[in-house]
Design a protein around this ligand. Structure first.
Ligand code: SF4
Length: 309
């Protein structure tokens, strides 16, 4: 799934958040989806920048509890988006025999659901065959949000992502073969100043290799309690400055060759929100970034107090 910088916490006042006394993270585009918590935490929980589930032990909710929640939600109005998002950060890691009844339960209790979405990654996708993924697709799973973060092999190892480039490529291929949309999340700044250019170039080349239909860039922030923050504090990790981060974004957009990808840097953590379809808007987006980088005028960037980290 994704990373510590998703500040999309929903704590349940809408009556549709299925989190017992905790916070749940979801992508911004799932803001009006029904959140169904089928698991708690992340089974990996080792990424060096991630504080989302620190101290939370991974657990799968019993099917009886999920059925009870679905029966309760069946009495409530449909989510405006027509979508359900499976939480927590690692719901796709559930074995097939556990995911199938969850999706069947959604079909049975919530006939208004048009699409089920979840976080997933190399670990959760690659333990399923294309046929199994197809079965999930047929039962409603339409989109997997995947925190790829970087295409740089060295950085993947440094952040303990638990994935290699080759595994990311295979993950994308399996999702594509199964007909499940792949939305990848990339992390500006994750290689620090030292690896900045390499990270941007390698990530653009990975994007080209996997050719996803959706991609979004976030900006890393060292969060207390994480190994990245420890490295930051002792001077072993230096975050690129604002224009260094925008240079990474420029490289990502300029050097990737995509068929048709909705790309955005609209996440609250970013200094410059951009949105467009690649390759159609590639020239416009690169020109906008070139202009901002050339002028180095901080007034056009999002002020720190407006950044959600
Ligand atoms: S996979 Fe990594 S980034 Fe995603 S929730 Fe787990 S530890 Fe955090």
């Amino acid at each position: 799934m994704s990373n510590a910088l998703h500040p999309f916490m929903t704590t349940g006042p809408d009556g549709r958040t299925l989190v017992p006394g905790g916070s749940v993270y979801r992508p911004p585009s799932e803001h009006d989806s029904l959140l169904l918590q089928v698991s708690v935490g992340c089974s990996h929980n080792k990424c060096s920048y991630c504080a989302m589930y620190l101290g939370k032990r991974f657990a799968i909710r019993p099917q009886a509890e999920i059925d009870g929640l679905l029966a309760r939600y069946a009495t409530q109005p449909p989510a405006p988006s027509g979508r359900v998002f499976l939480c927590d950060g690692d719901a796709l890691i559930l074995p097939q025999r556990r995911l199938v009844p969850v999706l069947e339960g959604i079909r049975k209790h919530l006939p208004w659901v048009r699409r089920v979405c979840t976080y997933g990654d190399t670990r959760s996708v690659l333990r399923k065959s294309v046929d199994e993924l197809r079965q999930l697709r047929e039962l409603g799973l339409g989109m997997v949000y995947h925190g790829v973060e970087t295409g740089d092999e060295q950085s993947l190892a440094a952040i303990t992502k638990g994935a290699t480039r080759a595994e990311v490529v295979e993950t994308a291929a399996r999702l594509k073969a199964a007909g499940i949309a792949h939305s990848v999340i990339l992390l500006l700044g994750i290689a620090g100043v030292e690896g900045s250019e390499r990270h941007a170039r390698e990530t653009a080349s990975l994007l080209t290799a996997i050719d996803p239909p959706f991609a979004g860039a976030l900006t890393v922030t060292p969060v207390p309690g994480t190994p990245l923050h420890d490295a930051f504090e002792r001077g072993a990790f230096t975050l690129p400055d604002k224009f260094g981060l925008l240079t990474e974004l420029r490289t990502l957009i300029a050097e990737s060759t995509l068929t048709r990808c909705r790309f955005s840097s609209n996440h609250a953590s970013n200094y410059l929100p951009l949105r467009g379809e690649l390759p159609r808007d590639q020239e416009r987006m690169v020109a906008a970034l070139d202009e901002v980088i050339r002028r180095r005028d901080e007034r056009v960037l999002k002020p720190e107090w407006l950044r959600g980290l």
